[in-house]
Ligand binder design. Structure first.
Ligand SMILES: [Fe+2]
Length: 160
């Protein structure tokens, strides 16, 4: 374990297989102007199964967790959703983002446009969903490269 910015960072990803725990995030609700369009956007870019509509939700299943898009006419408060991907998935998603001419950034503050980051010795990038939610893909969990990698995650590196 390493400490950075007051929180503990896992250097190894533990899975439920490591213990008797079966808890995981089953679903979360995502506010959207157009639930079908927003869900389709996410599933297309990530390359996962097309959304399923159930009741008021357009549901995108991503691993064990689903993102359930629901329409609202209220103000949408942008949230952040980050996805862990492998190298091949990163390549494919990055290509789709470029093919669509979407803006993307290396950082969550959207300062470093048109670039990706190599934090933790992996790759990461950010882009917007149609509602302004900030989406992210990473090939390595935050902090997994520790402080000795060439390019530590800023949350780890700045206090080390
Ligand atoms: Fe993030």
């Amino acid at each position: 374990m390493q400490r950075g910015r007051g929180w503990t960072i896992k250097t190894e990803q533990k899975t439920n297989e490591d213990s008797d725990m079966t808890i995981h995030l089953n679903h979360t609700i995502v506010s959207a102007r157009d639930r079908e369009g927003s869900a389709q956007f996410l599933s297309d870019i990530l390359g996962v199964a097309a959304p399923e509509t159930v009741g008021p939700f357009a549901i995108v299943q991503i691993g064990e967790t689903s993102l359930d898009f629901v329409e609202t006419e209220e103000e949408i408060h942008p949230q952040h959703y980050a996805f862990s991907v492998n190298e091949a998935e990163f390549d494919a998603i990055f290509q789709r983002i470029k093919d669509r001419g979407l803006s993307y950034w290396a950082d969550p503050s959207r300062r470093n446009e048109g670039r990706i980051n190599t934090w933790d010795g992996g790759r990461g990038m950010y882009w917007d969903d149609p509602n302004g939610h900030l989406l992210e893909i990473i090939t390595r969990p935050y902090g997994s490269g520790g402080t000795t990698t060439d390019n530590p995650h800023p949350l780890v590196g700045e206090n080390s």
